[in-house]
Design a protein around this ligand. Structure first.
Ligand code: TXA
Ligand code: MG
Length: 352
């Protein structure tokens, strides 16, 4: 399939009247798949009302169809069309964070959206992205747009046009190139069907920000366990994974360097994932910074691009630093643990 590319300047006014956006929207109306930038990562969009269109998303990504998709809208009022009711807490969250990196899970209204979007669940995830290109495209199409991240299943999510192109060129009808995304990690997914909402996936809107609006919320057991007791390697699916196996190192930079040295001594080509503060202090076959440790939002922004850089070199294994699990650090560690298949090496410090 020939993949059409539309380059769009996101600072242009009235983007939804822009010829490139109108053309891309027409392709969506024909039930074809179009990738587009959002403030978090690039999405792989299709008409959420059509089984035929949504099937094409799963096919292009190679994604198991039991994993439901988020529906993207451009206007707050549109939520009512797709859900049974909007509980008070969900309303408060939407008012506080939309447009923005928060997906709310609500009870789906039967018979409107394609069943392929919800993977047969009685609920649906909805969000309004905070990106002028995404909003203009949704608006111009006049459709609710189902969109997972626009990467091949298992790969790090795309934060640049080039990432989408590498994974999906030839497999989808088009890509809207709107430059780099902003936040860099995906939206926070919060289940609002329970009396006390529960965060199912940490992301661009932090737990602290959410609790500042509606008070205490829950954290999904799986996400919590990951934080409290790292799981054994070899989980069911790998996510966000670079080509070479990755290990997280919970310890000093001297310990990380020693670990790397021991592997290089036996002939392995080793990569290190670190931050600006330490990028010049390590020795390895490839050292990549994913931002400033002192400003975790920069790490979120660069994380997936940094992970993808290891795919361009002949690297046998990657060692990465860990981050504090506060604010956006919770989402960063959630993604890093998945990328590393939950492999963590802890430095044993002796108690004198
Ligand atoms: O930032 C984002 O959310 C990006 C951009 C493109 O909007 N999208 C994204 O989609 O990350 P995806 O498909 O890669 O991740 C969607 C997540 C999955 O973890 C899925 O299981 C969860 O949302 N999800 C979707 N609908 C759900 C539902 N009804 N109940 C529970 N989880 C749901
Ligand atoms: Mg994804």
């Amino acid at each position: 399939m020939l993949t059409k590319i539309w380059t769009v300047d996101k600072t242009v006014e009235n983007l939804y009247t822009y010829p490139q956006i109108i053309e891309a929207a027409e392709v969506l109306q024909k039930n074809e798949v179009v990738a587009f930038p959002t403030e978090t990562v690039y999405g792989l969009g299709a008409n959420a009302l059509s089984d035929e269109a949504v099937n094409k998303i799963y096919e292009a990504k190679g994604r198991p169809s039991d994993n439901p998709l988020i529906v993207h809208i451009s206007k707050m009022e549109d939520v009512d069309k797709y859900v049974e009711e909007i509980p008070e807490q969900a309303k408060k969250l939407m008012n506080a964070f939309w447009p923005g990196p928060l997906t709310v899970i609500l009870k789906v209204k039967q018979g409107i959206l394609s069943n392929k979007v919800t993977a047969g669940l009685p609920t649906v995830g909805i969000r309004m992205p905070n990106h002028p290109v995404a909003l203009a495209l949704i608006e111009a199409s006049g459709l609710p747009i189902a969109a997972p991240s626009a990467n091949l299943s298992g790969k790090p999510s795309p934060t640049k046009f080039q990432h989408v192109y590498k994974d999906l060129n030839g497999k989808i009808a088009g890509i809207v190139d709107g430059g780099e995304t902003g936040v860099g990690v995906e939206s926070t997914v919060i289940d609002c069907t329970e009396p006390i909402p529960v965060i199912l996936r940490p992301g661009g809107t932090t737990r602290e920000e959410i609790e500042g609006i509606i008070g205490s919320v829950g954290m999904d057991r799986q996400v919590k366990e990951e934080v409290e007791k790292p799981k054994s390697p070899g989980m069911k699916y790998t996510h966000y994974a670079p080509a070479a196996p990755m290990y997280l190192v919970d310890g000093s930079s001297a310990f990380l360097q020693e670990t790397v040295d021991s592997m290089r001594k036996i002939g392995k080509r080793v990569g290190i994932l670190t931050t600006d503060e330490r990028v010049n202090t390590y020795q390895a076959d490839l050292v990549v910074s994913c931002g400033q440790r002192e400003q975790l939002s920069t790490v979120a922004h660069h994380l997936y691009d940094a992970l993808r850089q290891f795919d361009q070199e002949e690297i046998d294994m990657i060692y990465g630093e860990v981050f504090p699990r506060e604010g956006i650090g919770v989402a960063i560690m959630n993604r890093l643990l998945k990328a590393a298949g939950h492999r963590i090496i802890k430095e044993h410090t002796s108690n004198r």
